[in-house]
Design a protein around this ligand. Structure first.
Ligand SMILES: Cc1ncc(COP(=O)(O)O)c(C=O)c1O
Length: 452
């Protein structure tokens, strides 16, 4: 539509005013507005509503609303003893001469706070005998951004023209991976095998029989403990996956956001495992500092160095407040004790208490629950659920109860039809006991009604 649009006037040929004038004006204004948002492929990819962004938005608005039963998000609990320890650390830093000024006024290097990195390398050497120096460690603004860097270091468009993918050998997996690739078709995944345990529990295992790793795989990744299921892959599974990765000459990424050595939210006997072929990512978030955005990458020197390079471009340096606050605890090993004696028992008690509530409330419902082995979640599988888990989520939201529908947690399996994807939900037990109990009651009422 041209700007000089007119139509001949039958009387005397004078131009008529543009018609319908205000309508086209509005359209042109809108066109002008959207022209400003003429997005690149990158822009389009990262502004389409990713699952993780939707979830964070939902959580944010539910938090703002105030009366939601928040069994949806991944926010860790405010554990009073841990918060008190951080408060004391902060007060000690503030009392040091120039402590406050140095904390807020200096950039760290691109790999993060050097003193923290040195202390952590020593802790890992002493505790686990890992062959680690500070050159094997880089900090990031949260593990989330570290994983984003790692995925895009090893997969996507390769210099020789080939394409590589990140493989999740077992899904369900963490929702936050799903959109973290710079190109399309970035992830691939495998279904697990399912072990039924007694009447009520089940457990996912890596299905090694179906696990072929082709030349199009750039790295293998698992979260351990797994968000959303609370699964902890066994030492054998981890060693087997590492052996496969090593044979293919690709890294094996273990996302230890809930794992050892901290915050150690693990209820089984899993050993911490690292080798020069493993990339271990950790985080201070579930240790109690999610808002300080501190992620840790432990890897071969050249990988840690690459993370520092990307940090430099993306952030100059990662924020250092988390490292500063946790430094003493890493230096004196207290971080391990706090994890073992406060954080782990805190969540373990809540996990089994919530499990018991579900068992009582769902006596006659064909629901199975993933064996709680760690993290902050219970994963419920409603076999032959009459509606999808997403519809269940909507119904529960109407009743002021927030969970996360399971279908989000299958990155790399998006195009695969599998009813299981729509039969599961994730329930967080990190909130206050009363909130969790109330939420469980609502979920069970709704589910019982559905099966009736
Ligand atoms: C499995 C997993 N990995 C990584 C992250 C990201 O953690 P961070 O807060 O350090 O970015 C999360 C956050 O919930 C997670 O659940």
């Amino acid at each position: 539509m041209s700007d000089s649009f007119t139509s001949p006037n039958s009387k005397g040929g004078h131009p008529r005013p543009p018609f319908p004038f205000p309508f086209f004006r509005v359209i042109r204004c809108l066109q002008g507005y959207f022209a400003l948002m003429n997005l690149s492929k990158f822009g389009e990819k990262f502004t389409q509503k990713a699952g993780i962004t939707q979830l964070m938005d939902d959580l944010g608005s539910a938090m703002a609303g105030g009366d939601m039963l928040m069994l949806g998000g991944g926010n860790p609990a405010h554990i009073p003893e841990v918060q008190q320890l951080f408060r004391e650390r902060m007060e000690a830093i503030l009392a040091e001469p120039h402590g406050f000024e140095a904390m807020i006024g200096n950039y760290d290097g691109s790999r993060g706070n050097e003193a923290f990195i040195e202390a952590l390398a020593e802790l890992l050497r002493n505790e686990f005998g890992w062959n680690i120096t500070p050159k094997n460690i880089a900090l990031t603004n949260g593990a989330q951004s570290g994983l984003f860097y790692l995925f895009n270091l090893f997969a996507g468009d390769m210099p020789d023209g080939s394409k590589k993918k990140i493989l999740f050998p077992l899904t369900p997996e963490y929702i936050g991976y799903a959109d973290a690739g710079l190109s399309e078709d970035f992830f691939t995944a495998r279904r697990p095998s399912i072990e039924l345990i007694g009447d009520r529990l089940f457990k996912y295992h890596v299905n090694f029989q179906e696990l072929e790793v082709g030349d199009d795989i750039g790295a293998i990744c698992v979260s351990r403990p797994t968000n959303p299921t609370g699964n902890v892959l066994s030492d054998e599974e981890i060693l087997h996956l590492n052996a496969i990765a090593e044979e293919k000459g690709i890294p094996f990424i273990i996302d230890g956001a809930y794992g050892t050595p901290f915050p150690n939210i693990i209820y089984t006997d899993a050993q911490p495992i690292w080798s020069s072929n493993t990339v271990l990512t950790m985080s201070l978030s579930k240790f109690g500092l999610p808002n300080l955005r501190t992620g840790i990458v432990i890897a071969r020197e050249e990988i840690a160095s690459a993370i520092g390079d990307i940090n430099g471009v993306m952030n100059l340096a990662p924020g250092g407040l988390g490292a500063k606050l946790a430094m003493e605890m890493v230096r004196n090993g207290e971080i391990m004790r706090i994890s073992r004696e406060i954080i782990q028992p805190f969540y373990q008690r809540k996990a089994f208490q919530t499990l018991e509530l579900f068992e009582q409330e769902l006596a006659n419902v064909p629901c199975k629950i993933h064996k709680p082995e760690g993290a902050l979640f219970l994963w419920l599988w409603f076999k032959d659920l009459p509606i999808t888990a997403t519809e269940l989520y909507e119904r529960l939201k109407e009743r002021n109860t927030l969970i996360v529908p399971g279908s989000y947690f299958f990155p790399g399996l998006e195009h695969e039809e599998w009813p299981h994807k729509h039969e599961c939900i994730r329930v967080t037990y990190a909130q206050d006991d009363a909130v969790v109990a109330e939420g469980v009651k609502v979920i069970c009422e709704e589910v019982r009604r559905l099966y009736r």
